[in-house]
Design a protein around this ligand. Structure first.
Ligand SMILES: [Zn+2]
Length: 443
């Protein structure tokens, strides 16, 4: 096999991804360019807009689909953020408590402040009809009960009717504007609205606390390590529930597009989860390789990164390193547990993974457009595939050369990615901005 990472005499770096085979060349002299994209001049921010800036903001909750679940934070004093009494034990009162609430009605949405919300995507990649007609998928009993309860209240009914009209309008259907709205239309659209297999996890803040202009977005790296861990846990559990709720889901893709150049519709921190009825090309390729080489991820993850000086940071059970052979400059975070499904990881293992991913985001900075892609072994495959995340810096645009050769030209080689990240991480550690559980590599 070719060496996946070679530096030629003139400084050109040739990479081949050891798992996917993707070829990437980094040409000398192009790495010093700044990472951040040029954005329009920041506009002053009206404090009243902080929580109402986009449809994902929690001040505009009726613009998204009915919420499946939310995570709320209860204060250490034992008084919940919404003022309700807390029955926590003395021990649990020492630190913030995170609680998941499920199946709220429209009238209850403002009773608590959601730190993270989970709801179906209004326009899903694979529709309810796709799953229902191709596979006989039916909504889970929980989803059906939530729909019935939600539609039984005036605000819930109004909310779902408005969304049903929006969906029908987008498909150019007659009846979208009907007054009153047709009951059969409401029935059909609402089943799909509550049973979507494409879901969104949204964080509370659009802007960082105290933001004064509209460029100060709150991203993964501006969350606290603890908030990021709850974001990760909530996402992992939602992935689990998609598999459990849909026996025809062979893979659940989880990803985060950050900023418009990376494909985000709204510049408000969120992840998307999409169930699909195939494994997808990456997992199929990995499965074939793993049957020949069960140690694939151990060998080409931490061990290779260590041997080639690419490790950025470690926690006891996870490692972050500069990835090799990715279309864009990439940081990879791998858990060392290759046998557990993501939701079977222990609290410490999940924390180890989350802390490193958070640190990679913090070091990258919110001004850089990124894609965060999660990869894992689905429950139907009994193969040693660890949970891992790739954080891709979308700092270049593939063009004709890439299309014609399938060789990607990248502006920053893996060692430069590693060095930039490590330098920044040492500053962040000194400032207490990332978890104290992580051990950053030497400068
Ligand atoms: Zn927003």
């Amino acid at each position: 096999m070719l060496d996946p990472l070679v530096r030629l005499p003139d400084g050109t770096v040739k990479q081949v991804n050891p798992i996917s085979g993707t070829k990437v060349w980094t040409l000398p002299g192009r790495a010093a360019r700044p990472l951040a994209v040029t954005r329009p001049s920041p506009l002053p921010l009206d404090p009243a807009d902080h929580d109402r800036y986009c449809p994902f903001c929690w001040g505009r909750m009726l613009e998204t689909t009915p919420e499946i679940a939310r995570v709320v934070r209860e204060c250490p004093s034992g008084v919940a953020a919404d003022g309700a009494a807390d029955s926590a034990t003395e021990d649990a009162k020492q630190r913030p408590r995170w609680r998941e609430l499920r199946g709220l009605l429209a009238e209850q949405l403002d009773d608590t402040t959601p730190e993270f919300r989970l709801f179906p995507n209004l326009f899903e990649i694979l529709s309810y009809d796709y799953w229902h007609l191709a596979h006989g998928f039916d909504p889970t009993p929980e989803s059906q009960a939530h729909r019935t309860a939600y539609l039984s209240t005036p605000l819930g009914r109004e909310h779902v009717t408005a969304l049903a009209r929006t969906r029908m309008r987008a498909r150019g259907m007659v009846g979208a504007h009907a007054e009153p709205f047709d009951e059969d239309d409401l029935e059909r659209e609402s089943v799909a609205l509550f049973a979507g297999n494409h879901q969104v996890v949204v964080a509370r803040r659009h802007f960082v606390d105290g933001a004064t202009d509209d460029s100060q977005n709150a991203g993964s790296g501006t969350l606290t390590p603890e908030e990021h861990c709850e974001y990760t846990r909530f996402t992992v559990n939602a992935v689990r529930d998609l598999y459990r709720g849909n026996p025809h889901a062979r893979y659940v893709s989880a990803f985060q597009n950050w900023l418009r150049p990376a494909g985000a519709s709204f510049e408000h921190l969120h992840k998307q989860l999409v169930a699909i009825d195939e494994l997808g090309t990456d997992v199929e390729r990995e499965a074939a390789r793993l049957r020949q080489e069960p140690e694939l991820f151990t060998r080409w993850g931490g061990e290779f990164a260590e041997a080639r000086g690419l490790v950025v940071a470690r926690t006891p059970t996870a490692v972050a390193f500069a990835g090799v052979g990715h279309q864009y400059p990439t940081l990879a975070v791998h858990t060392s547990n290759t046998t557990a499904l993501p939701w079977e990881l222990s609290d410490d293992e999940l924390r180890d993974f989350s802390d490193l991913l958070h640190a990679c985001h913090a070091a990258t900075g919110t001004e850089v457009p990124t894609n965060e892609e999660w990869h894992h072994g689905p429950p139907s495959l009994d193969l040693p595939i660890p949970l891992r995340a790739l954080l891709k810096w979308r700092v270049s645009t593939p063009a004709g050369f890439e299309g014609g050769t399938k060789i990607y030209v990248n502006t920053i080689d893996p060692w430069t990615v590693r060095d930039r990240t490590v330098t920044r991480l040492h500053e962040l550690v000194a400032g207490g901005r990332v978890s104290d559980r992580i051990e950053v590599g030497p400068r």
